[in-house]
Design a binder for this molecule. Structure first.
Ligand SMILES: [Zn+2]
Length: 353
C-alpha cells in the first residue's frame, strides 16, 4: 500500500487543522464574541490584513475548496507558484508534495520528513506556526524599518512609532497597537503592505524551497531495511561527520536558486532586476531562527551555526544582485538586528558582523 503525504500528515497529527484560514477566522470571531470590547476587534484585524476577510456566505464557502498542497492557503499558493515556474520534470515531482502546517511549538521549525521511496508516494514537509509567526513579525519590523529610514516627509515620527511598536511585538504581543499603521496616510499604508507582502512571501517561499531542496537532493531517503532514525534528518551512521551541516548549506543554496533564478517570476521588475524585498527575505528566516537561541554562533545539534548559514546566504544572494545592493541588504539587516539587541539583548555575542 502506497502512503500519500497528506494522509501521513493527518494520520500522525490527529489534531492538525484541516484548514488554517477557516480556523483562524473562527477563532477570531469567537474571541470577538466573548469580549464585547475586544483588544483587537475583528474588523480591525481584517482591515490590517492580519486575518483574511471572507465576509459573505458565498465567500466563506471557499474554505471548502480543496487545498491540494497544504492545509494552509498561503503555503498552497506558494506551491502553486513554484509549480507554475519550474520545468516539466520538477513540476511532476512538486505535484507529489504536501506541506502540513502544525500549531505552535516550543521552537520555530520546518522539516522535510524522511521517506521510504518503496512506501511513500510523495514528499511530506511540516511547517510549524511558531516559525510562520516569527517570520511574519520580523516582516513587520523590516517593512516599518525601511519605510521609516526612507521617509523624509512629515510622517517620520509616526513611522518611527510604528517601528518601535513592531520591535516590541517581537517579544510581547500584547503591545500590538493597530492604530500606528491605521493612522498613516493610505498611500504609505499601501506601500508598506506591498513591501511586507513581498518580504513575507519571499521568506516563506525560501523556507518551503529549502525543504523541497532536502527532498529533491535526496537527503531524506531512508532505505526500507535500514536502522536509521526516522522522522528526523539525523542518521545514526553519520554521527561524527559533518554531513548534516553540508545538507543544510546545500538546501539553502538550492532554495535561493529555486526561488530566484527563473526570470519569469513576478519578483523581477521591468528592468529585469530583482525586487529587493524578495531578495533580502531569506536573511530574515535566519533571524527568526536566531531569536530562538542566545548564541547563533554555536552548533545547534545537527544544525550548523545560524551565523554560518547567514554568511553563506549573503554570498549566495550576491550572485543575484550588485555589490551595492548586497551592501545595502547587509546594512539594513545589521541595523535591525542591532535594534533588537539594544532593546532586548537576546544574544550573548555579536553574530551578525
Ligand atoms: Zn534544513
Amino acid at each position: 500500500m502506497k502512503k500519500y503525504p497528506k494522509d501521513q500528515f493527518f494520520d500522525e497529527n490527529l489534531n492538525a487543522q484541516r484548514n488554517w484560514d477557516e480556523y483562524i477566522l473562527k477563532t477570531a470571531k469567537e474571541e470577538a464574541q466573548k469580549d464585547p470590547h475586544p483588544h483587537l476587534p475583528i474588523d480591525q484585524l481584517i482591515e490590517d490584513n492580519t486575518i483574511p476577510s471572507f465576509s459573505t456566505e458565498e465567500e466563506e464557502e471557499d474554505f471548502t475548496t480543496e487545498l491540494w498542497y497544504s492545509n494552509d492557503s498561503f503555503l498552497n499558493t506558494i506551491m502553486l507558484h513554484f509549480i507554475d515556474n519550474v520545468d516539466e520534470k520538477t513540476r511532476h515531482e512538486l505535484r507529489k508534495f504536501f506541506i502540513g502546517k502544525l500549531g505552535p511549538q516550543k521552537s520555530p521549525n520546518a522539516e522535510a520528513r524522511n521517506r521510504k521511496p518503496e512506501i511513500d508516494e510523495g514528499y511530506l514537509i511540516t511547517y510549524n506556526f511558531t516559525l510562520d509567526f516569527g517570520i511574519s513579525r520580523l516582516t513587520e519590523v523590516y517593512a516599518s524599518y525601511i519605510h521609516y529610514k526612507g521617509h523624509i516627509g512629515e510622517y517620520k515620527k509616526q513611522l518611527g512609532e510604528l517601528l518601535l511598536n513592531n520591535y516590541m511585538m517581537l517579544f510581547n504581543l500584547e503591545k500590538f497597537n493597530p492604530a500606528y499603521k491605521r493612522n498613516l496616510p493610505v498611500h504609505i499604508q499601501e506601500q508598506y503592505n506591498e513591501s511586507s507582502y513581498k518580504h513575507y512571501f519571499g521568506a516563506t517561499a525560501f523556507v518551503v524551497a529549502h525543504e523541497i531542496g532536502h527532498h529533491l537532493l535526496k537527503h531524506t531517503i531512508v532505505k526500507e531495511d535500514s536502522m536509521m532514525i526516522t522522522y528526523k534528518n539525523v542518521f545514526i551512521d553519520k554521527i561524527g561527520t559533518n554531513i548534516d551541516h553540508e545538507y543544510e548549506f546545500a538546501a539553502d543554496d538550492f532554495a535561493v536558486d529555486f526561488f530566484l533564478k527563473d526570470k519569469r517570476y513576478e519578483l523581477y521588475n521591468k528592468e529585469r532586476k530583482i525586487d529587493l524585498n524578495y531578495l533580502t527575505s531569506p536573511l530574515y528566516v535566519m533571524l527568526a531562527l536566531a531569536l530562538d537561541t542566545n548564541d547563533p554562533t554555536a552548533v545547534d545539534g545537527d544544525h550548523p551555526p545560524i551565523r554560518d548559514r547567514y554568511l553563506k546566504l549573503l554570498s549566495k544572494l550576491s550572485n543575484y544582485c550588485t555589490e551595492g545592493e548586497i551592501k545595502l541588504l547587509k546594512e539594513i539587516f545589521r541595523d535591525i538586528v542591532q535594534g533588537i539587541q539594544d532593546m532586548y539583548k537576546p544574544w550573548i555575542k555579536v553574530w551578525w558582523e
